[in-house]
Every structure is written in C-alpha cells, then in structure tokens.
Design a binder for this molecule. Structure first.
Ligand code: CP
Ligand code: NVA
Length: 312
C-alpha cells in the first residue's frame, strides 16, 4: 500500500477503505501512541486548520480531534450548530465549499450520514465522520487498536456485540471486522438487529478476509468470545424511543453471568462510552478486571491523529 494514496482522502465510512489502508492507519496509530508515551514532540500540522462541526454532543471525539490536531501545531476550530449556518440558512453544499477554502480538513459529528457525505463531496479537503446516525468509523479504529494491543493478531478473534445491533457503533464494527478477518457476532433482539443490506455488503468482505459474521438473538452465542462489546440502548437523537428500547434490551444487559457464558477467562469487556452504568452494562463488569474501556477511550486520540496524518 502506497501511503500517498491516502492523501486528500476522507473517512466518512470504512466501507470504501481497503483492508490494507485500514491496517496502515492502525500501524501508524501504534507509532503515534508510542511517540506520545515517550513525549516525543512533532509539529506536523503547523500552518494547518481543522473545522470541527458538532450537531451532537461529544466528550471523547471532540477532545481527541482537538488535542491531536493542536499538539501537532495545528489550529482546530470548534463549530456547533449554534455558531454556523449548516443546512438551515445555508445549504450543506455551500457551507462545504466555504469551509474547504479556509480549512485543511473538516470533522463532522451529527445526524445524517448524507450530511458528512455531502461535505466530503463538496469541500475539496479531507472530511472525517466523527459519528452519524449510521456510522462511527473513528471509534471502530480505536477499538481494533485496543484489540491489537491485547491480542497481537486480531485475525480469527471473536468480537461479540450485544445490544442495539442497528446503531452506528455496531454497524461500523461489523464493517471493520469483516474487512480485517475478525469474527463478528451481533446478539440483539430481532427488532434491533443489524440491517440486511449492510450484512450483505459485509459478507463479501468477510468472504475475502475469512471473517465469520453471525447475527443472533441468543445470549448463548457469546460462547468463546474474545471480547464482549456493548453500547447505550438509546443513541443520541433517539430519546423518543427510550421506553421501547428498555423493554427490548433489558434481557441483553452485559453482566458477570453473561461474561461467564463466554467460558473464556481472558475475554475482555468493551464499550465506546459514554455508558449508562446499570443499564446496558453492570457496574461490576465495566469497573472489573476484564474492562478495557479506558484504553479504548485513550486510543480514540491516537487513531484520530493517525487518520489526520495519513490524509492531510
Ligand atoms: N465514544 C464517543 O464517541 O464518545 P463521545 O460521544 O464522548 O465523543
Ligand atoms: N451509539 C451511541 C454512540 C455514542 C458514542 C450514540 O450514537 O449515541
């Protein structure tokens, strides 16, 4: 893989990134993290600017982009929808063209996937998806970096996602696992299972990588998992569905009994955070010895820095 082919590239979903390109960014993330550990200072974004558009709230993603870009000498600018015209008084296309004239790259967190895709199409600079209703690709990269740190080789490992299988995190994990040869099992009530269209797309990549994608509603399918992953029952923007979600997902809470069902004493617990402790995961699991959630959170920054280094 020639790293030059990533210059100018956007990351709106991992679907159009090849396995080699994803592996390259992960390798770069490991070296970025190593440099951070040894306090090695680089100034690779001096004279560069990053627009950070947020329609939804964020702790990890905002702080990861802002600190990663700033500590390399770049100038990040935070823009909430209170601050800019985005799709209200000015079309997304026009906003994209203007921002593309002023910034070296753009990050977008919000509702519609079509908004980040329009930005990427029109801006003429790299655009990064910091979460939409459909995908959360930078999260998936941090999660795989975390798995690589723990297991070394991730090919053939079993990642089991339990909960809302339709959400952005589940969908991005499905894509990255299919591309990298990681066995991915999603355990969700049928009403909240991953959509057939995405599963069909993923099955093609899985056939090439040797990954097995399994969709289930039986908790027994956590058997032999190397990692059990969950996310909130109610994603941002879906608050109206909270009662229904609780009803459907209560049997899918990750507790110690479920972790035991893996029959794998080395199985780890993962969560993208923020977590609603006591809801999708119990306190003993998220605070327990299997939990790797803080490593995942830290790895957001290293992987995000690597993506920006690779593409700007
Ligand atoms: N995991 C994640 O995206 O966290 P934030 O919502 O805090 O950015
Ligand atoms: N699925 C969650 C992820 C938060 C990082 C949400 O969209 O709210």
């Amino acid at each position: 893989m020639n790293p030059e082919q990533l210059k100018g590239r956007s990351l709106v979903t991992l679907k159009n990134w090849t396995p080699d390109e994803i592996r390259y960014v992960l390798e770069l993330s490991h070296s970025v993290k190593k440099a951070a550990r040894t306090s090695t200072v680089h100034q690779r974004f001096v004279g560069k600017t990053l627009a950070m558009i947020f329609e939804k709230r964020s702790t990890r993603t905002r702080c990861a982009f802002e600190t990663a870009f700033g500590e390399e000498g770049g100038h990040p600018v935070f823009l909430s929808t209170q601050d800019i015209q985005l799709g209200s008084k000015e079309s997304v296309e026009d906003t994209a063209r203007v921002l593309g004239r002023m910034f070296s790259a753009i990050e977008f967190r919000g509702f519609k996937q079509s908004t980040v895709e329009t930005l990427a199409r029109e801006a003429g600079v790299p655009v990064y998806n910091g979460l939409t209703d459909q995908y959360h690709p930078t999260q998936a990269l941090a999660d795989i970096l975390t798995l690589q740190e723990i297991f070394g080789t991730v090919q053939g490992k079993k990642l089991c996602y339990v909960g809302d299988g339709r959400n952005n995190v589940a969908r991005s994990l499905c894509v990255i696992c299919a591309k990298l040869g990681i066995n991915f099992t999603v355990i969700a009530p049928p009403e909240l299972s991953t959509d057939r269209e995405l599963l069909d797309e993923c099955s093609q990549w899985a056939a090439e990588s040797g990954s097995k994608i399994v969709v289930s509603s039986s908790l027994a399918d956590v058997l032999a998992a190397d990692a059990v992953y969950t996310d909130v029952w109610v994603s941002m923007g879906e608050e109206h569905a909270a009662a229904e979600r609780k009803r459907l997902l209560s049997p899918f809470r990750v507790d110690e009994a479920l972790m035991e069902k893996t029959r794998n004493p080395s199985c780890i617990f993962m969560h993208c955070l923020p977590a609603v402790k006591g809801e999708e995961v119990t306190v003993p699991v998220i605070e327990g010895h299997r939990s790797r959630v803080w490593d995942q959170a830290e790895n957001r920054k290293h992987t995000i820095k690597a993506i920006m280094l690779a593409t700007i």
